[in-house]
Design a protein around this ligand. Structure first.
Ligand code: NAD
Length: 354
């Protein structure tokens, strides 16, 4: 196994690993550990080159620092990627080699499942390192993050309703949900129980039908969901939903959902502001999963403690809205300011202790 440091300005550690025995080619990026150990998932993807993999891991690890800072998880930001096809190139040897690679960082980076990896893969990583989360519940871990992400989204939507309408009551409110997958189906359930009227879309007819049957929601063609007239548009499938093409077609007052990277570019936050649409920054509203994992990292996993902390997403968003209003800036920028302020405060406290 060959481990090589790649100096990268603005990052604490970026390390590349090659292991000819297992075929592992991977990169771990530790962006910032000011607020705690760097936690972020392990992605497996058929990147065309090392450069592509490094670009992605840098972007994703930085995102985790911001997400954890706003969610107050006591964690820093990191991420790892394996270059490979998750459908054809997974082996136990590969994930065990990855486990040894993670272990070499002595707990400064903690991994978890992500796009292209599963709980089963994490069990293999666990054979080589204790610095892994998101294992099965019967291994004392925090289990599936999706219901927690959904709970956080639901609480965040309430903060949005209050901001726009002065009341957080869901009764009679309309929500257009794009994506009825792991998170979307739980979001739909919360909304239905709270009295919201649902429009549902998914490219999988079975998934959308199942959620519609359970919630009485109306099924909408996946190509039409972004255009539906509604109070809340909830992107919970893909990223880049807000772009030059979609912006003029929105008929909603709020955009708040589980998806990552909802804005194609940061400037689209300003465009939403100009259009009078309140945007719940993605990494603030979809932090329920990482908050749940952070409870596991703290010690014995306690779902009740997790619930309380996930519900705080409501307050985090309120804080973001206050900053946005005070400084007359888009909410995505306000969230970044909040994260940067918390990291700067953490850095000051660390320096003062030395
Ligand atoms: P998932 O794959 O289980 O669900 C996504 C659903 O979207 C699928 O049912 C898929 O068929 C559907 N879909 C794909 N393209 C679509 C389209 N064009 N129109 C309508 N539906 C479409 O994924 P998930 O775990 O539910 O995550 C959903 C989103 O939330 C992703 O962007 C993910 O990155 C983000 N997220 C998830 C978590 C989590 O805890 N799972 C945490 C944070 C963020």
């Amino acid at each position: 196994m060959r481990i090589e440091k790649i100096p990268q300005s603005g990052y604490e550690d970026v390390v590349k690993c090659t292991d000819p025995d297992s075929g592992l080619k991977a990169v771990i990026a530790i962006h910032d550990t000011t607020l705690g150990p760097a936690l972020g998932g392990l992605r497996m993807w058929p990147y065309a080159s090392w450069d592509d993999a490094i670009f992605d891991v840098l972007r994703l690890s930085r995102g985790m620092t911001y997400k954890s800072a706003v969610a107050d998880t006591g964690l820093g930001g990191g991420k790892s990627v394996i270059i490979g096809n998750p459908k054809t190139e997974k082996t136990e040897r590969l994930f065990r080699a990855m486990g040894r690679f993670v272990n070499s960082l002595d707990g400064r980076y903690i991994t978890a499942e992500d796009v292209g990896t599963s709980v089963e893969d994490m069990v293999q990583v666990r054979a080589e390192t204790k610095w892994v989360t998101g294992l099965p519940l019967d291994m004392g871990s925090s289990g599936d993050p999706s219901p927690w992400t959904a709970l956080g989204c639901f609480r965040g939507m309430r903060a949005c309703l209050e901001e726009v309408y002065g009341s957080g009551d869901f009764k009679g409110r309309t929500v257009a949900l794009q994506g009825c997958g792991h998170v979307g189906k739980y979001v739909a359930r919360h909304l239905h129980e709270a009295g919201a009227k649902l429009y549902l879309a998914d490219i999988s007819p079975e998934r959308v039908r199942q959620v519609a049957d359970e919630t009485g929601g109306r099924v909408v063609d996946a190509a039409e969901i972004l255009k539906v007239e509604c109070d809340i548009l909830a992107p919970s499938a893909l990223g880049a939903v807000v772009n030059d093409e979609t912006l003029p077609k929105f008929h909603c007052r709020i955009i708040a959902g589980a998806a990552n990277n909802v804005l194609l570019r940061e400037e689209h936050g300003q465009r939403l502001k100009e259009a009078g649409i309140l945007y719940a920054p993605d990494y603030v509203i979809n932090a329920g999963g990482i908050i749940n994992v952070s409870i596991e990292v703290e010690g014995a996993y306690d779902p009740e403690r997790s619930r309380k902390k996930v519900e705080n997403i409501y307050h985090a968003l309120k804080r973001v809205f206050v900053i946005a209003k005070e400084q007359n800036i888009p909410t995505n920028e306000a969230a970044n300011h909040l994260a940067e302020e918390r990291i700067a405060r953490g850095r000051k406290a660390t320096t003062a202790r030395r």
